[in-house]
Design a protein around this ligand. Structure first.
Ligand SMILES: Nc1nc2c(ncn2[C@@H]2O[C@H](COP(=O)(O)OP(=O)(O)OP(=O)(O)O)[C@@H](O)[C@H]2O)c(=O)[nH]1
Ligand SMILES: [Mg+2]
Ligand SMILES: [Zn+2]
Length: 315
């Protein structure tokens, strides 16, 4: 696919075909491997790293973006264009989008036996993955801790739906996760302190990503990772570490797309008494019926209703 040029560059190019030719000849293709503020690190396809800033005032680059860079000095450059993205994984509230990563093929939600994890955040990450037609995997890290038994039991629902659930002790090794990452560009997401960067370090020992003890008093992590970073694990395998998050806004997921974001609802959709059933407690709702038959859990239906109410309030 041809790269999409930024508007300012497009204008310049249209005006001057000679410059278009020159610019194209000087551009180097690469991948954004770190994004902090308006500074980026781009790994060029020849393996060299370039410190870059974007042309123009607004920067909308994300870790994982494929870009075309014009070199301006030794290991320095300007991002001239962003290639079209296959996927943009992001959260959003009423005011803005928070881009997490681009061009990922898989979302890995990292939970841990301790600190405690929020089921609401898990459900929201899964909805965002489904809305972007991206595979999702759940990791339960720190199964060496006594809380593991209860955490694994709570995750059975998700395994039943079909999401791979991988128990892990990242401090000891990540071999159980490796086969699921092969050939994928994955992004690790989750609350602070779950062990995302510990997983990265186990997969890519040169990464030396910072990790920190969690706070027992606050039952939470310390937001150690401050920006996303991509690590290449093989020719066609990459993984992105991301900063811990506490909430996951889904303002970008339209109400009418929500049913499809709950995979276990799919076989019941279209079977409600009313063709315009919103599954919010209407009589003859097939999803309520599925809960009665034990095919859908009350907790997942409640999660659906909370997100649906939020979406309905927006519109
Ligand atoms: N007991 C135990 N502790 C672990 C394991 N994996 C990671 N930890 C510890 O959990 C703490 C937090 O790990 P990090 O890797 O920094 O967590 P993170 O998810 O990257 O956190 P943020 O960057 O803040 O989002 C560290 O003290 C790790 O050593 C594990 O398998 N078992
Ligand atoms: Mg981290
Ligand atoms: Zn219904």
């Amino acid at each position: 696919m041809r790269p999409a040029f930024a508007p300012a560059v497009r204008r310049r190019l249209r005006r001057n075909p000679l410059e278009r030719h020159r610019l194209k000849a000087r551009l180097h293709a690469g991948t954004v491997i770190a994004a902090y503020g308006r500074s980026y690190t781009v790994m060029l396809d020849d393996g060299s790293s370039v410190a870059c800033y974007p042309r123009g005032k607004r920067s909308e680059l994300a870790c994982g973006d494929r870009v075309q860079v014009a070199l301006t000095g030794p290991a320095q450059g300007v991002v001239e264009t962003i290639d079209p993205r296959s996927v943009l994984f992001y959260r959003s509230d009423a005011f803005r989008q928070k881009i997490i990563a681009a061009n990922v093929s898989q979302i890995v939600v990292v939970l841990a036996s301790s600190p405690s994890w929020y089921e609401e955040l898990l459900n929201r990450c899964l909805v965002a993955a489904e809305a972007g037609h991206t595979r999702a995997v759940i990791v339960l890290n720190k199964v060496d801790l006594p809380e593991a038994t209860a955490a694994l039991a709570a995750l059975q629902t998700y395994a039943d739906i079909g999401y791979p659930v991988v128990p892990l002790v990242a401090r000891q090794g990540v071999d159980a996760l490796r086969p699921l990452l092969e050939g994928q560009t994955s992004v690790l997401v989750g609350q602070s302190g779950m062990g995302k960067s510990t997983i990265i370090n186990a997969l890519h020992p040169e990464a030396r990503a910072s990790t920190a003890e969690v706070s027992a008093a606050l039952d939470s992590g310390k937001h150690t990772t401050t920006h996303a970073r991509l690590y290449q694990l093989g020719p066609d395998t990459a993984i992105i570490d991301s900063p811990g998050m506490q909430e996951f806004g889904l303002h970008h997921v339209p109400r009418q797309e929500l049913d499809a974001c709950f995979p276990e609802f799919r076989e019941w959709i279209g079977q409600c008494r009313f063709s315009n059933c919103r599954h919010m407690g209407e009589p003859g709702c097939a999803i309520d019926g599925a809960v009665g038959k034990g095919k859908v859990t009350t907790r997942r239906l409640s999660a659906y209703r909370a997100i649906a109410s939020e979406a309905a309030r927006r519109s």
